[in-house]
Design a protein around this ligand. Structure first.
Ligand code: AMP
Ligand code: MG
Length: 337
């Protein structure tokens, strides 16, 4: 693998020469990391089995965790899916481009390693000018899992990508921090009613406005239908401990217990009662906004590791709007600890 090349791209004036050279890398079966509105993605030609294999190798991703195919226009779905169910058409009309991934029946053209040998494929049109320009210039579907080493928090900046994947990818397009900060919402529309397999950047309340019968898959079902959810995820090296929103007693107790064990303790909090309790250099106080917490979460978890913090106490959040996705990621990070 040649050395990793990094290019800064202004999302408001996307440099077409840089995009063309990145598209060439994809056409040759190489790996290009690019920003999306959710997190940075590790891109490869979705119809090239060898290129897809490189994605799994670079991330250390288990082969049974399927990839999402990203498109820039609906015509690119022709090679990938046979038919879009009616509910899918309604949802894409409203939410594409955007942080919504749909699971549908796939064609035989999609390589087995993209879909972990299943008969469905996950597809999405990202809402980021750099992602759309790259996919458009490439001219077809691009697989793009999060551009981190498997198990680690997803990357929301090019620096995060570099620290995980330097020397393992051909090119990184750097357009600054990603605006949403958590991955897309995954909805299986091969079932009736449609099922949320993973909470993400598009809140369920907004999906329910278009597809009122939508349900959240119960744990066992999402484990079966979305193999990726089985794996260790979103975990910093530090142990993650979750306390309930606003529970300053539980927070103080958790900090104290771990300190008494001689550990370096950090915290990520947002309620005033918790913010005012601790003022150490490793305490990060966020505004009480699920959008800002989502945008900052992975970055702060990585920062805690950089500081050498051993335990991070994270304040939970109500599961409304983006709060559902944030809570899901915090819980998984804690389970992996
Ligand atoms: P990532 O790209 O790392 O954010 O993860 C992709 C997510 O999409 C994982 O949770 C996968 O399990 C899920 N996914 C991808 N393809 C499929 C599929 N064909 N059926 C169900 N879930 C899928
Ligand atoms: Mg991921």
């Amino acid at each position: 693998m040649p050395e990793t090349k990094i290019f800064s791209v202004n999302p408001e004036h996307v440099d077409s020469a840089i995009i063309s050279s990145a598209a060439e890398v994809l056409k040759r079966g190489g790996l290009v990391v690019f920003p999306t509105e959710t997190v940075y993605g590790l891109g490869a030609d979705a119809l090239n089995t060898q290129a897809v294999e490189k994605v799994f190798d670079a991330k250390g991703r288990p082969a049974d965790n399927p990839l999402i195919v990203h498109i820039s226009k609906e015509e690119q779905l022709f090679d990938i899916i046979d038919e879009m169910p009616k509910v899918g058409t309604l949802l894409t009309k409203q939410f594409w481009p955007g942080p919504l991934t749909l699971v549908v029946k796939r064609t035989f053209l999609v390589p087995d390693n993209v879909v972990a040998h299943m008969d469905t494929v996950a597809v999405r049109m990202p809402n980021h000018p750099v992602a759309l320009a790259l996919i458009e210039a490439f001219g077809g579907g691009v697989v793009a899992p999060s551009a981190n080493l498997s198990t680690k928090p997803s990357p929301t900046t090019a620096q995060h990508v570099l620290s995980d994947l330097r020397g393992k990818v051909d090119m990184i397009l750097d357009a600054g921090p990603t605006p949403i900060g958590v991955e897309s919402t995954v909805v299986d529309i091969t079932t009736d009613p449609p099922l949320i397999l993973r909470h993400g950047g598009l809140p369920i309340e907004r999906i329910a406005a278009i597809a009122p019968r939508i349900q959240v898959a119960v744990e066992v079902e999402s484990l079966m239908r979305s193999p990726g959810t089985r794996h260790r995820h979103y975990a910093p090296a530090a142990q993650v401990v979750v306390v309930e929103e606003g529970d300053s007693e539980a927070y103080a107790a958790a900090v104290q217990t771990h300190r008494q064990q001689g550990k370096q303790v950090g915290a990520i909090v947002h309620s005033a009662s918790l913010v005012n309790l601790e003022r150490s250099q490793f305490v990060r106080a966020l505004p009480n906004s699920p959008e800002i917490i989502a945008q900052q979460l992975y970055s702060l978890l990585r920062e805690m590791d950089d500081y050498g913090v051993q335990v991070v106490v994270v304040e939970g959040i109500a599961k409304q709007g983006l709060g559902a996705a944030v809570m899901d990621r915090i819980k998984r990070a804690a389970e992996s600890s």
